[in-house]
Design a protein around this ligand. Structure first.
Ligand SMILES: C[S@@+](CC[C@H](N)C(=O)[O-])C[C@H]1O[C@@H](n2cnc3c(N)ncnc32)[C@H](O)[C@@H]1O
Length: 337
């Protein structure tokens, strides 16, 4: 393997997962139609997401970065020496702080799971160049496929991390199911390190999740979902016919990002045999971001048999990082939970 190559395993349907239409069809049949989050992260979408993290009101990256800067050493001490897997690792810019603290203490193995091969390659190259003592193996595929690989292949004590508040980026039922799979992957002593964004006023959330005047990051990121579907499924979405907006639904506690049709028109996705009859103002969901109540989140996770070991929040209680451990029972198949 040359220095510039990153060790990547295609864990999900031999990398054919992008063409899996069942999740997409199920989402598009919801009301409003929903494009599952991972379709936002082709190569272009992954780059566009990085622009979002630089928007001044998008506090999430900044606050989590600060929390990790202050607490990475303590987290590294608590999680012990086994491999660290990460769900939806992206550029891993924040995770690098934790990995740096780990390699100061011991040789460390990092197993990022992501649908974006481009991000796995770029982050793997950067991390191994910056952190001698770190071994990286990218698990290319969806979360569930990455967890299945971990269950089969990682005998050592394991930490599954889920940073960047990605855990909130799916509907409640999906989140519940995924949490069961995570718990089912852990054995006694294994850790679950997860960050979530905490509930806050609608005006703060809506300015964080919409483009400020003169800057454009959310708009191209959201419209890129449509271009991506065009390429994969023979679609004819014309992004110029849509505008985007996110609003906070205080009943569900979720920021709901949509693209809205600017005029009446039809869109076909030929390979799905699907036609959408859109009226002006009709919308498709292209992103969910749930905001958690801290006590409720901890109660939900501990109800699955995990124990809260430590938690870190910023002074304004905007954001939380939580370390849970599995205290008893064997590592089980997810469907036994
Ligand atoms: C919101 S970004 C966050 C990236 C990174 N954790 C951060 O905080 O900067 C979500 C990441 O999760 C990945 N992702 C989204 N859905 C996924 C899925 N179902 N399976 C695997 N990766 C997924 C995306 O490719 C993207 O890199």
């Amino acid at each position: 393997m040359s220095l510039s190559q990153v060790d990547i395993v295609a864990v999900d349907e031999g990398a054919a997962f992008w063409d899996d239409r069942s999740a997409l069809l199920a989402g598009l049949r919801e009301n409003p139609p929903r494009i599952p989050a991972h379709f936002g992260y082709d190569a272009r979408g992954s780059d566009l997401f990085e622009l979002i993290t630089e928007l001044p009101d998008y506090y999430l990256t900044r606050v989590e970065y600060g929390l990790l800067q202050r607490n990475a050493g303590e987290i590294a001490d608590l999680i012990g020496g086994g491999p660290i897997a990460e769900m939806g690792s992206g550029s891993a810019k924040k995770t690098r702080l934790l990995l740096a603290a780990c390699v100061e203490r011991r040789a460390t193995r990092y197993l990022p799971i992501d649908v974006s091969r481009e991000m796995l390659e770029a982050s793997g190259r950067d991390l191994t160049a910056q952190l001698p003592g770190l071994r990286v193996r990218g698990l290319w595929g969806r979360y569930e496929a990455g967890l299945a690989w971990l269950r089969d292949s990682v005998p050592e004590p394991l930490t599954v991390s889920f940073l960047g508040s990605n855990f909130g980026n799916m509907p409640l039922e999906e989140r519940d199911k995924l949490l069961s799979e995570i718990v089912g992957t852990l054995r006694p002593g294994d850790g679950f390190l997860v960050s979530v964004d905490l509930l806050k006023p609608a005006r703060v959330l809506e300015s964080a999740y919409n483009d400020p005047a003169g800057r454009s990051a959310f708009t191209p990121f959201r419209l890129n979902h449509l271009d991506h579907l065009n390429r994969r499924f023979g679609g004819n979405f014309d992004a110029r016919n849509f505008s985007t907006r996110a609003h906070f639904d205080s009943v569900t506690g979720t920021v709901d990002a949509r693209v809205y049709a600017n005029e009446d028109h039809f869109v076909a996705l030929h390979e799905l045999d699907l036609e959408l009859n859109l009226r002006r103002g009709d919308s498709l969901n292209v992103g969910l971001s749930h905001k958690f109540r801290r006590e409720q989140f901890v109660a939900d996770v501990t109800a699955r048999g995990l124990e809260l070991r430590a938690q870190w929040t910023d002074e304004e209680w905007q954001y939380g990082i939580f370390l849970f451990t599995r205290s008893s029972g064997r590592r089980e198949a997810a469907d036994e939970i």
